[in-house]
Design a protein around this ligand. Sequence first.
Ligand code: PAF
Length: 304
Amino acid sequence: MADQWNNLRDARFLLDEDTRPLNPVPPVILTTPAAMRRWRSANSGSVGFVPTMGYLHEGHMDLVRRSIDENLLTVVSIFVNPTQFAPDEDFSRYPRDEVRDLAQLSAAGVDAVYLPGATDMYPEGYQTYVEVEQVTRPLEGARRPGHFRGVTTVVLKLFNAVGPDRAYFGRKDAQQLRVIQRMVRDLDLGVEVVPCDIVRETDGLAMSSRNVYLSPEQRTAATVLKRALDDTRRRWAEGERDADTLRAAVSRLIDAEPLAELDYVSLADDESLQELEGTAVRPAILSMVVKFGKTRLLDNIELA
Ligand code: PAF
């Protein structure tokens, strides 16, 4: 796949100027850490990086466009990282569509796509992991043991290969964003982490590759997450600060939707993610996970 794509890319330079397509040159595809590092050494100028697990949607493309605006070069990685999935999770059925992903990245004008294989990232004998402590423990960390260890390990490996100046992460995965920010500070990685706003469907559902798992009925019911967040924002704007009252209001709204099952709702300190009790202080973050069948949907709102 990568070879075919790179041949196609080179073939474009053989075309006459006036028959050359107007759309941007397709990105170079790099499939090993060594090839990625060689490309980085051969290219100077600021590099923006968007790490993804593929099956790209507008949320990803928003990060990509921001990186293209703010950097000379943009690299996107596509790698469904096995170490961040527990054995009972959806690794094997995680949605994949490399051809469509590459077409979208090409049309956007990305310079390079890093597409390593699992054995390039984790060769036989692999035994090194990155562990961020407190901020990984609550919320997703409590429900998905080992998940953030897999995320930080792969993100550090991706950073090592890509050598970015800036890296773009969505605010939807709020805990992931804070864990990466902590790792970058603690390990002096010198990468600017750029948080990007949540991109939503027109009915308010946060974009996610996992939305594809929802049945039409579950998809309609899933708008309850945004309604619960809007209700929280309104209560907060009206001066409600009691942490239990704010969490209980979300629970009631989710419980009223028959297809939805609340996994958790949290009102926490915006940076440490420690749960708030009594009167909530600013800035805070209200986050929740709601299950529709086996599909877990995350969403959150920052309350300043
Ligand atoms: O957010 C994701 O898609 C993944 O957790 C990431 C950051 C690409 C690491 O695999």
